[in-house]
Design a protein around this ligand. Structure first.
Ligand SMILES: NC(=O)c1ccc[n+]([C@@H]2O[C@H](COP(=O)([O-])OP(=O)(O)OC[C@H]3O[C@@H](n4cnc5c(N)ncnc54)[C@H](O)[C@@H]3O)[C@@H](O)[C@H]2O)c1
Ligand SMILES: O=C(O)C(=O)C[C@]1(C(=O)O)C=C[C@@H](O)C=C1
Length: 302
């Protein structure tokens, strides 16, 4: 039996359109309704038939929903929840896909008092955005982390878990604050570093900059992919997960200074020891089958 029969997706960009495509592919009898604040996104969503119905207001999209999936930037979660609150059926469950959780849980609880909220974060994405960037296999074999507030109905948590399992994901549950610390180092800091290094290269004088583009291969090229990620989404992530990101950034800066000293004083053994440790981390990720570069994990848009 399917966990939900009528699903509404709000925010029809990369993640929202991947959710609708995955629902279509794996739960074809579910009735899908969509809404996006941007009229041109709504037009595209209608043209490429992302949902059974695309409404012109947030309220109209949730009127008969039994699950509402909020797929907007984390800074917009509270506002969109407030916009649909009056039209939300009393027994509907609200979930989201935000990249940070503590601020989102707080915003959703404030906007939707009394509503069952089961926040989620599918740890899967690309540097693309918009309704045409999504694909049905995005969540295959990827973690989806649930961060339900204390006291959330376990049946509701299991229904949302089952929804994500049906989309191909594997479920982990943790406290929102813990999620935010883990993701600060595994996702948010790497994006900050990529934005910085590509920014540094683009600030170089004209001749060097064109050489950077010409000879960009391997390492720098990988950074440019990450640094092409959506500016609105990432602005919101850094402002919303401020404390955890600043803490990880502090640790990173200290470690970077130590490396700087090792290079300055020719401490080859220190450099070698670190690189040996980091190589082991990479190898254990590959062994666990979490390496993007090797197996597909849904990146080929089947
Ligand atoms: N991109 C990723 O790799 C990734 C991965 C996991 C989770 N997420 C999270 O998913 C969410 C969506 O990110 P995305 O990559 O799909 O971004 P996106 O830019 O592709 O899509 C976001 C959509 O939300 C719409 N929107 C913005 N404010 C709105 C509002 N108030 N009401 C209705 N619609 C609104 C935009 O018009 C846009 O179409 C974010 O919270 C992000 O943190 C992203
Ligand atoms: O692979 C990428 O392009 C991503 O940035 C995906 C990524 C990540 O950092 O792993 C980005 C943000 C998310 O919240 C989840 C996944």
């Amino acid at each position: 039996m399917l966990p939900f029969a009528r699903v509404t997706v709000i925010g029809l960009g990369l993640i929202g359109s991947s959710v609708t495509r995955a629902v279509r592919a794996r739960m074809p009898t579910v009735r899908l309704t969509g809404y996006d604040a941007d009229p041109s996104v709504r037009d595209t969503a209608r043209a490429i038939e992302l949902c059974d119905d695309v409404t012109d207001t947030a309220g109209a999209s949730v009127i008969d929903a039994d699950l509402v999936v909020l797929c907007v930037p984390v800074g917009a979660m509270g506002a969109v929840a407030a916009e649909l609150a009056a039209d939300l059926p009393a027994d509907a469950i609200v979930t989201d896909v935000g990249s940070c959780k503590a601020s989102v849980v707080e915003a959703l609880q404030a906007a939707l008092p009394g509503t069952t909220i089961v926040p989620a974060h599918p740890v899967a994405g690309t540097e693309q955005s918009g309704p045409e960037a999504g694909f049905a296999t995005l969540f295959n074999h990827r973690w989806c982390i649930l961060t339900p507030p204390e006291g959330t109905d376990p049946v509701a948590i299991e229904r949302v878990a089952s929804f994500w399992r049906n989309l191909g994901a594997e479920i982990e549950t943790m406290a929102p604050e813990h999620h935010d610390r883990v993701l600060a180092v595994t996702s948010h800091l790497p994006h900050l570093i990529a934005y910085t290094i590509v920014g540094t290269a683009s600030d170089l004088e004209e001749v060097t900059r064109s050489e950077v583009i010409k000879y960009s291969a391997g390492g720098f090229r990988d950074f440019t992919r990450i640094a092409a990620s959506d500016p609105t989404m990432w602005r919101d992530v850094f402002l919303s997960n401020r404390e955890a990101v600043l803490d990880m950034l502090q640790r990173f800066s200290e470690d970077l200074s130590a490396l700087q000293r090792a290079i300055r004083w020719g401490k080859g053994d220190e450099l070698f020891e670190l690189f040996e440790r980091t190589r082991a981390v990479r190898r254990s990720i590959v062994e666990e089958g979490q390496d993007d570069a090797a197996p597909d994990f849904g990146r080929s848009h089947e």
